[in-house]
Ligand binder design. Structure first.
Ligand code: G3P
Ligand code: CA
Length: 280
């Protein structure tokens, strides 16, 4: 028999696997999380939705996304069809859908296999057991709550209830320093800031053009500022860090771009390709 050992890269910055490792595995699945851990990420990034029977699951959309899922019969979902609304489905119904075998042109290197949307609690259990068994460092979790009205007719839970459900589950499973909640929806951030001041919050924004104004609108200073990366520059990074915030941009999928951002002094990087992350 052969004994194999993976020598893990060590990162001095917060390397976050986006949707686990979306570039390499079907997004927001347990295998995507395990792959990210094998590559040495310090944080797992993921998105949540809630089923009709109250299960919190990993999903970027609140419906079965035609770009990544097949129906239980193995058929294509029409590109405009958002009728498979997760909030109106039981978890038993959700796991009839295969969200792992469909080819995604944006992520051609994704390994393809049957995969279903996991429960958040199951994913955490598997990850915690895996890192313990493998002797890996304990990862952190960057948990996104999305409930912005999208105007698409699908039901979204209200920010307060969704936040409470997620916090109740996380608090049972993890020490508070092991997770943060991120959102584009300022209502989510404001609610948690007010009712759960001990929880670390990351503010998601579409650009880093005017952080002062974004912070003014939010109404308080979160621990983490997470912008889409292109407009970020060194001055902005330094200004925000001087105020006491961490700067962790998304979603950086190119090695040169990662190097540039690390040179600017960002605290972390969110990427679909943790395998491309520079070791520093
Ligand atoms: O963590 C930030 C990033 O995940 C935001 O974009 O659409 O992939 O959730 P999205
Ligand atoms: Ca996300």
């Amino acid at each position: 028999t052969f004994l194999t050992m993976t020598v893990q890269a060590q990162f001095s910055y917060d390397l976050q696997g986006h949707r686990g490792s979306r570039g390499l595995m079907p997004e927001n699945t347990i295998p995507a999380m395990i792959k990210a851990l094998d590559l040495g990420v310090t944080t797992l990034e993921l998105d949540l939705a809630v089923t009709k029977d109250g299960e919190i699951i990993l999903s970027h959309e609140p419906y079965m996304n035609p770009a990544i899922c097949f129906t239980p019969n193995g058929e294509e979902i029409l590109p405009t069809d958002k009728s498979h609304n997760i909030y109106q489905m039981t978890y038993a119904e959700v796991i009839q859908f295969d969200c792992g075998t469909k080819f995604h042109a944006g992520f051609p290197k994704q390994v393809k296999f049957f995969a279903t949307k996991p429960k958040l609690s199951d994913m955490i259990d598997v990850v915690e057991k895996y890192v313990t068994d493998m002797g890996l460092p304990l990862p952190n979790y960057n948990i996104e709550i999305k409930c912005m009205p999208e105007g698409d007719g699908v039901y979204h839970p209200n920010p307060e209830d969704f936040s409470e459900m997620v916090i109740a589950l996380l608090s049972k499973k993890l020490k508070p320093e092991r997770f943060n909640i991120q959102s584009f929806d300022f209502r989510v951030l404001q609610y948690i800031h007010q009712h759960h001041p001990g929880i670390t919050l990351a503010m998601l924004v579409e650009n880093a053009v005017n952080p002062e104004e974004q912070l003014r609108v939010l109404g308080f200073q979160p621990q983490i500022y997470s912008p889409f990366f292109p407009a970020l520059n060194k001055e902005t990074v330094q200004k925000l860090q001087q105020k006491g915030m961490k700067v962790i941009p998304w979603t950086v999928n190119n090695k040169e771009q990662m190097e540039k951002l690390l040179d600017m002094g960002v605290d972390g990087i969110i990427t679909d390709y943790p395998n491309l992350a520079p070791v520093r």
